[in-house]
Design a protein around this ligand. Structure first.
Ligand code: FAD
Length: 337
């Protein structure tokens, strides 16, 4: 079957698929490549600005990706995602540029609807892979939009090593374990790291907090919030900060600002139907991508609050595909027997 890209299946043909993948980041496309090569004919909904992201996901919003294996000179995020897409199509994945807006996981085959077509007859799938991703929470500070990815980042592991941050003063916002981890990681690159903590104590675990407080390149600014991101129009070079106890405001000249205030998993579609944790991440059986509903698998950032990397997302996309394929093979085998 010729791959159908940017396609709409006419409403009169109610589509049934063995496996539907929802989401088009590294997790969704890796799942598609594996399923397509296994002749499962997967259908991948890449979304139309779903969750605020273009098809291809979070990496479409960045420039150089330097830690994805296989690209020794690095690769631009959008280019990498074009390659993922090309590979999915090469093996026959049907990619649909629409957003899935409603889903019913109460019985198999599962039913789902496309955005704007919620009143139509549902389309169905024997198995579903949820790979809808996540997005970094933002603070909505003045100047944040101007300097987002031009000095402001939500991922120290992704961006810490880029030249603009080398030997420069940096700041991290947050008081939990991830803030502690990000700040410690950034000491490898920055000249000094300031951690802005809104309260007078850290939420981080004792061991992480101790490491943070004893680090010679880290200064914790207690009871402190950022109020404005300033720069030269191209790159960030200053933060206005405020002590919430004294009300005092001052400048903190930094070249990098890293948010460690959490991510929002894109789970509104399934939150009431699948088991999720308190932050809304889909819970999977450890070591697998199996969710609380048989036949529904979750891959990528939507189920991973710890690593949140392209390669880990791709890895779990592969796992989801292999698990979905095995389930379908078992069920087809038992039907034949
Ligand atoms: P995502 O990339 O989040 O993509 C999910 C996709 O699914 C989106 O396109 C979304 O529109 C779509 N979608 C959502 N809901 C629906 C729906 N209902 N219907 C249809 N489609 C839907 N990682 C690295 O390893 N190296 C880096 O250098 C790096 N840099 C980064 C820079 C930035 C600015 C950001 C934001 C992230 C970076 N990351 C990096 C992290 C990496 O991008 C993520 O870990 C990875 O993209 C997660 O992949 P995913 O497949 O889970 O989903």
């Amino acid at each position: 079957m010729a791959p159908l890209t940017n396609g709409k299946v006419p409403k009169s043909t109610k589509m049934h698929s063995k496996v539907v993948i929802i989401g088009s980041g590294p997790a969704g496309h890796t799942a598609a490549v594996y399923l397509a090569r296994a002749n499962i004919n997967p259908v991948l909904f890449e979304g139309f600005m779903a969750n605020g992201f273009a098809a291809g996901g979070q990496l479409t919003t960045t420039t150089d990706v330097e830690n994805y294996p296989g690209f020794p000179s690095g690769i631009l995020g959008p280019e990498l995602m074009d390659k993922f897409r090309e590979q999915s199509i090469r093996f026959g994945t049907q990619i649909i540029t629409e957003t899935v807006s409603k889903i019913d996981l109460s019985a198999r085959p599962f039913r789902y609807w496309r955005e704007g077509e919620e009143h139509d007859e549902a389309e169905t799938a024997d198995a579903i892979i949820i790979a809808t991703g996540a997005s970094a929470k933002r603070l909505g500070l003045k100047g944040e939009v101007t300097y987002w990815q031009s000095g402001i980042s939500a991922c120290a592991v992704c961006d810490g090593a880029v030249p603009i941050f080398r030997n420069q003063p940096l700041a991290v916002i947050g008081g939990g374990d991830s803030a502690a981890e990000e700040a410690t990681y950034l000491t490898k690159y920055g000249s000094h790291v300031y951690v802005l903590v809104r309260r007078s104590e850290l939420r981080a675990s004792k061991i992480m907090a101790k490491r943070l407080m004893n680090h010679p390149k880290i200064t914790i600014l207690w009871n402190t919030v950022a109020t404005e991101c300033q720069g030269d129009g191209d790159l960030l070079n200053n933060l206005r900060i405020k002590n919430v106890v004294t009300g005092e405001e001052r400048d903190l000249p930094v070249r990098g600002l890293f948010y460690a205030i959490g991510h929002e998993p894109a789970t509104s579609l399934v939150r009431s139907q699948l088991q999720t944790d308190l932050d809304g991440y889909i819970i999977t059986v450890p070591g697998t991508t199996q969710t609380s509903v048989k036949g529904v698998f979750a891959a990528g950032d939507v189920q991973d609050k710890r690593y949140r990397q392209a390669i880990t997302s791709a890895g779990s996309g592969c796992m989801a595909a292999l698990e979905a394929e095995r389930l379908i093979a078992e069920e087809e085998g038992s039907e034949e027997a």
